[in-house]
Ligand binder design. Structure first.
Ligand SMILES: [Zn+2]
Ligand SMILES: [Zn+2]
Length: 265
């Protein structure tokens, strides 16, 4: 149960607590049910980032996991135990997570099958990334849907189809291709990042967003930016140019602090 103070009625509230290769976590609430998608920081840091935005870790009801990379799961075990949170995780991802420890409760899901958690309808869909069974999600409540797709090498037609109706998107804008090309990473890592199971570049993200935009798209949060191969300004300048047929706001999620809580009508 979450008490959100002094807010006009909203369908969903979204707050990116962290985004990038050093940790990812997104808070989503409909005012009654509050979840984290990923918990890739230490438990204490996630608590700190929630309270910095007047959100309470005690009000969390569940954690949903996208994939097993440590920047997405680092705090899952500790938060699950500390706050008695069920963890929605698909079986292959769970098997690949060695360091989770005991979980309060495990609730398996399958990519492609919608599940319901209180009033939230969660649809996991497969994404192209170098993990066992990585998932993106749409999360809907009473007609309002948000979409989360970071850590993907390419946006397949299935990904596009799922993200199309969303009022808010958290979309990867990982790297600027020139910065990656001329940057310090070793060749194999550069290849991995720009490969089909790597990460989405700014131009790819722009192309995807240009296709996805619609009149009801309210907000786009660019996420999982590389600190070495991208800058928030470059990501924003490139990707925000995609929006030319609607009034959606574009912002960039931060690695080191929580973003503002965004309330969707
Ligand atoms: Zn990641
Ligand atoms: Zn990953």
């Amino acid at each position: 149960m979450t008490i959100v103070k002094n807010q006009p009625p909203f369908s969903l509230a979204v707050c990116t607590l962290a985004s990038g290769s050093k940790g990812n976590a997104t808070y989503i609430s409909d005012g009654e049910t509050s979840i984290l998608v990923d918990a890739g920081l230490s438990g204490i840091e996630i608590q700190r980032r929630l309270t910095s935005r007047d959100l309470s870790p005690e009000d969390l009801d569940a954690i949903i996991v996208t994939h097993e990379h440590s920047d997405h799961v680092r705090g899952v075990g500790i938060l699950s135990r500390r706050y008695n949170l069920p963890v929605y995780i698909n079986p292959k991802t769970h098997k690949a997570c060695s360091g989770l420890g005991r979980l309060h409760e495990t609730r398996p899901f399958e990519c492609g099958s919608t599940f319901h958690f209180n009033n939230l309808a969660v649809h996991p869909f497969a994404i192209s990334h170098d993990a066992e069974d990585p998932a993106g999600f749409t999360i809907g409540q009473n007609g309002t849907t948000i979409g989360i797709a970071t850590d993907l090498g390419i946006a397949t037609s299935m990904v596009r189809q799922h993200l199309k109706p969303c009022a808010l998107l958290i979309l990867e804008a990982n790297h600027d291709p020139t910065m990656l090309e001329t940057g310090p990473y070793p060749w194999p890592l550069k290849q991995r990042i720009r490969g089909r199971t790597g990460h989405l570049s700014n131009p790819d993200s722009k192309k995807l967003l240009n296709e996805l935009q619609h009149d009801n798209l309210q907000h786009v949060i660019l996420g999982h930016l590389s600190e070495v191969n991208n800058t928030p300004q470059k990501a924003f300048d490139e990707v925000s140019r995609a929006i030319n047929r609607c009034g959606a706001r574009v912002t960039v999620a931060d690695q080191y602090c929580s973003g503002p809580v965004i309330y969707l009508k």
